[in-house]
Ligand binder design. Structure first.
Ligand SMILES: *Cc1c(COP(=O)(O)O)cnc(C)c1O
Length: 379
């Protein structure tokens, strides 16, 4: 089955009791049993819910995976992956990543004895040089947030395989429309479905997709034991969002490209970070593993002061100043003080995340209006 058809039909069976074409919101905490243990596969809603099950099947199908598991947020899904580990286990992760993931790793899991190495994963040699016999997990986010660097998933997966470590790819920015990490050798794919999968800025949700049945069992055990499960209404919203992912992503990519080129030629703009430029340092890898370049980009101003950035951030009329991304509406964000404020300044600067960096989540409005809006804010 082709991608667009999978988006609309995976996990979606007409409701057996009424024929309802949309999966009902099974708003229940428990299920009646005929005799103890004699039930229809549903006992208690932390462990199983039919709306969640439909979504878990859908996300598995669209990532070319066998199993999906849904969580109450992207961060809860990340938390479940790290709970596979033991004290003393080591993780190699990128040095340019979602701020909340960095916070979870360093502020919560380091104190339980998990060791994290943050390296520039654009060069896979840096991954290789940090591997040792305690390495259990390689965590890759690509494109990275907010600098749009690209990690070669197949190369990282090969290093992991040699060392019997797992690879988890946070595929939130690309979405399955642009990239399928399981096909490239990853063991786990993570999405903050809050972003492109949901697509309408109306729910917080996360999911994991896996192929290995043992890994699925371990993660399911963590899901039901830790209990960070999504409610059925949120599952419904993501199921609904997924049905138009391809149509939205096509426009996100088109608009992203137009805005990247507009910014690049603007005299007051410094550097534009977008992996679709042929001179982007990892454009070749982006072209190899992705089917397009998406709607996320960031840029600096030639005036590198915080004030200059603040003026642009507060002058747009269509781009809304807000955290998050991947919705139909365009957003503008200041990583240094918003999404990435939990990363210490020296660490940020070292990784190239400067005070004047501005991140855009380009929505699916008319691209001419978006360009005009940026033009009047930058001029
Ligand atoms: C938003 C985001 C997360 C966290 O997801 P939540 O749904 O906000 O918990 C993780 N990774 C990336 C790349 C994100 O953008």
């Amino acid at each position: 089955m082709k991608f667009a058809t999978k988006l609309i039909h995976s996990g979606a069976e007409p409701d057996p009791s009424t024929g309802a074409i949309m999966t009902p919101i099974y708003q229940t905490s428990t299920y009646v049993q005929a005799a103890p243990g004699k039930n229809k596969g549903y006992e208690y809603a932390r462990s199983q819910n039919p709306t969640r099950k439909a979504l878990e099947e859908a996300v598995a199908a669209i990532e070319n995976g066998k199993y999906g598991l849904c969580f109450s947020s992207g961060v809860a899904a990340t938390d479940a992956v790290i709970k596979l580990l033991q004290p003393g286990d080591e993780v190699i992760a990128g040095n340019d990543m979602y701020g909340g993931t960095y916070r979870l790793f360093t502020k919560l899991f380091e104190k339980f004895g998990i060791i994290f190495h943050f390296v520039d994963m654009q060069d896979t040699k840096n991954v290789q040089s940090h591997v040792n016999r305690n390495t259990r997990l390689i965590w890759a986010e690509t494109p990275t947030n907010p600098l749009m660097n690209i990690v070669d998933i197949a190369a990282v997966a090969a290093i992991a395989r040699q060392n019997k470590a797992l690879v988890c790819v946070d595929n939130t920015f690309a979405s399955p429309y642009l990239q399928n990490p399981l096909d490239l050798g990853a063991d786990i794919v993570l999405h903050s479905a809050t972003k492109y999968l949901g697509g309408h800025s109306d729910t917080i949700h996360g999911c994991l997709i896996i192929n290995d049945v043992d890994l699925r069992e371990k993660l399911y055990f963590i899901q039901k034991s830790s209990g960070a499960v999504p409610g059925p209404m949120d599952c419904f919203l993501v199921l609904r969002g997924i049905k138009t992912l391809h149509v939205r992503m096509e426009r996100h990519c088109e608009n992203g490209e137009k805005i990247a080129h507009f910014l690049r030629t603007h005299p007051k703009v410094g550097k534009v970070f977008w992996c679709g430029f042929e001179d982007h340092p990892s454009h070749a890898i982006a072209k190899k593993q992705m089917r397009g370049f998406g709607g996320m980009l960031s840029f600096t101003l030639s005036d590198t002061s915080m004030e200059a950035a603040m003026k642009v951030l507060t002058s747009t009329k269509i781009f809304a100043l807000a955290e998050s991304l991947g919705g139909v509406e365009s957003l503008i964000n200041h990583p240094a003080t918003m999404t990435h404020a939990s990363i210490p300044r020296e660490e940020r600067m070292r990784n190239g995340l400067s005070d004047s960096l501005i991140r855009l989540s380009v929505g699916i409005e008319d691209s001419e209006d978006l360009v005009e809006d940026l033009k009047q804010a930058i001029d």
